[in-house]
Design a protein around this ligand. Structure first.
Ligand code: ADP
Length: 214
C-alpha cells in the first residue's frame, strides 16, 4: 500500500539522507522543497529570484510561494499512486493547513509524520561538515569522504559543494527558525507523530523507518 509521509526535523537531522534511500527502495516520490528552491535559484526562475534572499539568510521563504510550488509538484507527480515523502514541507502552520486542503482534494490521508529529533550541537556538527552533490543532491559528510569532491552516487566529477547557507552562524539561525516556526507542527500532527532518535547511524534509522513507518 502506498505511504504518504512527512519528514519533520531541523537542518542536518537526516531527512534528506533517509528520503534518498527510501525513495529508491520503495519507489516513492521524494519532494524536497529545499532541493526545488536550490534548482529554481540556479535556473534564476521567477521563484528562484524571489526566494534567494530568504534562503541565503536562513529564513523561511514566504508561505504563498512555497504552497504554490508544492501544489504544482503534487499535482504533476504520481503521488497518489506511488506514495510520497515530503521533506522540508510543511514548515509552518499555514503550510500544514494548506497541505490538508491539497491532500483532501487528492483523496489522500497521511500515513505518518516522522520527527527527526537531534540536538543543536549535533545539528551544527553535521551541517558544517555536510557536502552535497550539485547534480544529484546526494548528501555526504567530510568525516566519511575527506577532501574528495567527486560524487559516488551519480558519478559526477568535482560536483560536491558546501552549501553557502551551511555555515555555523546560519545553521544556528535556522535552528532558531525551526524551534519557533516549525516545532508547533509537532502538536498539530500529534495523532500521526512518530519520533525518531536522529543521532543514530543512517542504517539504523533506515531499518527503524522500514519496520515502523513504511
Ligand atoms: P535544511 O538543510 O535546513 O533542512 P532545506 O534544504 O530543506 O534545508 O531548505 C533550505 C532553505 O530553503 C531553508 O532554510 C528555507 O530558506 C527554504 N525552504 C525550504 N523549505 C521551505 C518551506 N517549506 N518553507 C519556507 N522555506 C523553505
Amino acid at each position: 500500500m502506498s505511504k504518504y509521509v512527512i519528514f519533520l526535523g531541523a537542518a542536518g537531522s537526516g531527512k534528506g539522507t533517509q528520503a534518498q534511500v527510501l525513495k529508491t527502495q520503495l519507489d516513492l516520490i521524494h519532494l524536497s522543497t529545499g532541493d526545488l528552491l536550490r534548482q529554481a535559484m540556479k535556473d534564476k526562475s521567477d521563484l528562484g529570484l524571489k526566494a534567494q534572499s530568504f534562503v541565503d539568510s536562513g529564513n523561511l521563504v514566504p508561505d504563498d510561494l512555497i504552497i504554490e510550488l508544492v501544489k504544482t509538484q503534487l499535482l504533476s507527480s504520481n503521488a497518489l499512486e506511488h506514495g510520497f515523502i515530503l521533506d522540508g514541507f510543511p514548515r509552518t502552520l499555514a503550510q500544514a493547513e494548506a497541505l490538508d486542503v491539497m491532500l483532501s482534494d487528492l483523496s489522500i490521508s497521511l500515513s505518518a509524520v516522522v520527527l527527526f529529533d537531534l540536538t543543536l550541537e549535533d545539528t551544527v556538527d553535521r551541517i558544517v561538515g555536510r557536502r552535497v552533490c550539485s547534480h544529484c543532491q546526494f548528501v555526504y559528510h567530510i568525516n566519511s569522504i575527506g577532501d574528495s569532491t567527486d560524487c559516488s552516487n551519480c558519478g559526477s566529477k568535482d560536483s560536491l559543494v558546501h552549501r553557502p547557507d551551511d555555515t555555523k552562524e546560519k545553521v544556528m539561525h535556522r535552528y532558531d527558525v525551526f524551534k519557533s516556526q516549525t516545532e508547533p507542527l509537532i502538536n498539530y500532527y500529534k495523532h500521526h507523530l512518530y519520533t525518531l532518535d536522529a543521532a543514530q547511524s543512517p542504517n539504523s534509522i533506515t531499518t527503524e523507518l522500514s519496520a515502523n513507518v513504511f
